[in-house]
Design a protein around this ligand. Structure first.
Ligand code: 9MR
Length: 584
């Protein structure tokens, strides 16, 4: 028999699964006053007239026809693209197609709060530290996972550290919805955010996000990244310079608070990818943090660690993280995330680029200067950091301009061209897009973590292209990437928790799920539509199999609704850079 309670639960569950019922898909965070402003409306055929009224006065400020109609390449659904860019006065408005209405926000700086919250999310994600009400409000919590008694797993023994040795490896960020800490993903996240810092230094020097370190003289972004780098430093074995791949429990914890977790934690298996990613991160940090007196000596230590890790990787160039092999050979078995990667050429490239820039020792990049035509740019991700090497190399080669180095000019223009060519491909897909965005148009735009890797990643590439060419079309397209991410998409979700009028309420995030507060921790980007649906055995049925609608706002959906530091790093890097574009 259906009780009142089960009926209620069913209603809640259904609403959690439903897509946004409002057919008017809009950037829910807001449009820049002088930016393109479009909405995508799910409706068949042409509506004669759309109107935009001031919310306060009810006065009509704009009326007109749709700019064009478009058909979704995935679902065949019809959409009308309505453009009211002519309205430039900041304020709140109501757009109507005669049947449905949607609230529109126009602002001179639409992304400042989002930029702050996406960085603040890293504070909320800190491990082994009290999260204080002064900074976290209702999301305050006691410290958990002190990691002061971490065990050397049998896969990670070395001279002086036999299996079972206890080490300290405290602090840092939890990786994602789980409570483990992984070097590869940490390094990628920090590398990308430091790239955005390098492109927007003045902006980040002004950005205050109210974290415990806000009162010091270093930008909050750098302070927050340092929290995770200090943890990373403990992951290097001092006896040989190798770096443990991850710090983990054998199995994922259940959805409980950090203070209720009691499984033994281990550092497991060193890997070449971890060593190289670590080397790149520490070398990059050396260069950036040396400029701040309070971190100068820390930075010098970081560079030494980078060199040792790189040397280890040179001596161990093909040590891949293979969990199933490890589990065959050692106990206890480990079932948590792998971040496995059987190709470390890109990690070598990134480490060389960063070590070169930190030391100005040409020997690191000699082979790059000769074999540059073999290097192919791609949107960076945890598993392929070639793109991070490009971002750094362009910076590095700029710094060398004027010096008598063979091929310098050619290498620089070849690398630059590849980034700009990539951005141009995104512009081509924008032209016919049913969401008036460079995102959501190709199969590669969907998948595990696509909101970070693909969507924000494309935004960042477009912003680089803008900075390299000064052509405004790239900046305009980057803004349309944000529109997509923040609600102008097939699901109608604004994909960042706590933002917009319709955003994820049930991310696969142990911290959010175990704190007894209905709303999730704010400022987190969820993975996004993923037609792979690798979690479908554990979730209610997905609302659709269309790639752009394969998204479920339920806690069980680790393949579409998890949060992760690398995706938030992409959000921070992208939205901070975009926010800065309004201050110029
Ligand atoms: O982000 C990772 C994604 O690219 C992989 O397809 C997926 C499956 O291997 O794993 C993702 O990373 C997860 C990690 O292994 C453990 N913590 C949660 C991460 C986000 O889902």
């Amino acid at each position: 028999m259906k009780t009142k309670f089960t009926t209620l639960m069913f209603a809640i569950a259904t609403s959690a699964l439903a897509q946004n019922q409002n057919p008017i898909r809009v950037n829910q965070v807001g449009y820049g006053s002088h930016d393109s402003k479009t909405v995508a409306i799910e409706e068949a055929g042409w509506v004669k007239q759309y109107t935009l009224k001031s919310e306060a006065s009810g006065k009509t400020v704009w009326k007109g026809k749709a700019l064009r109609t478009a058909t979704s390449p995935w679902s065949g659904k019809q959409r009308a693209i309505v453009d009211f860019s002519a309205v430039t006065t900041p304020g709140t408005y109501i757009l109507s197609n005669g049947k449905a209405t949607q609230r529109i926000i126009i602002s001179d700086s639409p992304y400042t709060e989002l930029s702050k919250a996406s960085l603040k999310a890293f504070y909320l994600q800190r491990s082994g530290e009290v999260i204080d009400a002064e900074y976290a409000g209702e999301y305050a919590r006691p410290a958990g996972h002190m990691d002061d008694k971490v065990m050397i797993h049998p896969s990670a023994v070395s001279e002086g550290r036999p299996a079972g040795t206890i080490i300290k490896s405290p602090g840092g960020w939890y990786d994602a919805g789980d409570y483990n800490k992984y070097i590869v993903n940490s390094a990628f996240s920090i590398g990308l955010m430091l790239d955005s810092y390098a492109m927007n230094e003045g902006y980040y020097k002004r950005l205050n996000v109210n974290i415990p370190e806000s009162k010091n003289n270093t930008p909050d972004l750098l302070d927050e990244l340092l929290v995770n780098m200090r943890w990373m430093q403990t992951m290097q074995d001092p006896s040989d310079g190798g770096v443990y791949h991850k710090l983990t429990t054998p199995n994922f914890e259940s959805f409980v608070k950090p203070t209720d977790c009691h499984q033994q934690r281990y550092v497991v298996a060193k890997s070449t990818a971890a060593a190289l990613d670590f080397a790149a991160t520490m070398a990059k940090a050396y260069r950036i943090y040396s400029a701040f007196p309070e971190y100068k000596s820390w930075a010098e230590g970081a560079l030494e660690q980078a060199k040792k890790a790189y040397a280890w990787a040179q001596n161990n160039p093909r040590v891949y993280y293979r969990q199933e092999v490890m589990n065959r050979d050692f106990d206890p078995d480990v079932q948590t995330g792998t971040y496995g990667d059987n190709n470390v050429q890109d990690e070598f490239l990134w480490a060389k680029a960063e070590l070169f820039l930190a030391t100005r020792d040409m020997s690191y990049v000699q082979d790059i200067m000769t074999n540059y035509s073999d290097i192919r740019f791609s949107n960076p991700s945890w598993g392929n950091v070639t793109g991070l090497a490009f971002y750094t190399l362009i910076d590095a080669l700029q710094a060398l301009e004027g010096q008598d180095i063979a091929h310098l000019g050619t290498v620089k223009s070849v690398l630059t061209k590849q980034i700009v060519d990539t951005a141009d491909k995104y512009l081509v897909t924008l032209a016919g897009s049913c969401f008036d965005s460079p995102c959501g148009n190709t199969p590669g735009d969907f998948g595990w973590g696509c909101n970070g890797e693909q969507v924000c990643g494309k935004g960042i590439i477009l912003l680089y292209a803008h900075s390299l060419t000064k052509d405004a079309k790239y900046l305009e397209a980057a803004k349309k990437v944000a529109d997509y991410l923040l609600g102008r998409n097939a699901t109608g979700y604004c994909f960042v928790t706590g933002f917009g009028t319709f955003s994820p309420m049930h991310p696969h995030h142990r911290l959010s799920e175990s704190d007894g507060i209905a709303a999730p921790l704010p400022g987190f980007l969820v993975g996004g539509p993923n037609p792979g649906q690798q979690d479908k055995a554990d979730t209610p049925k997905y609302p659709s199999n269309y790639p752009d609608e394969s998204y479920l706002d339920v806690m069980q959906s680790y393949a579409s609704n998890e949060i992760a530091i690398n995706w938030n790093a992409s959000l921070v890097a992208f939205i901070g850079w975009l926010d800065n574009s309004y201050s110029k």
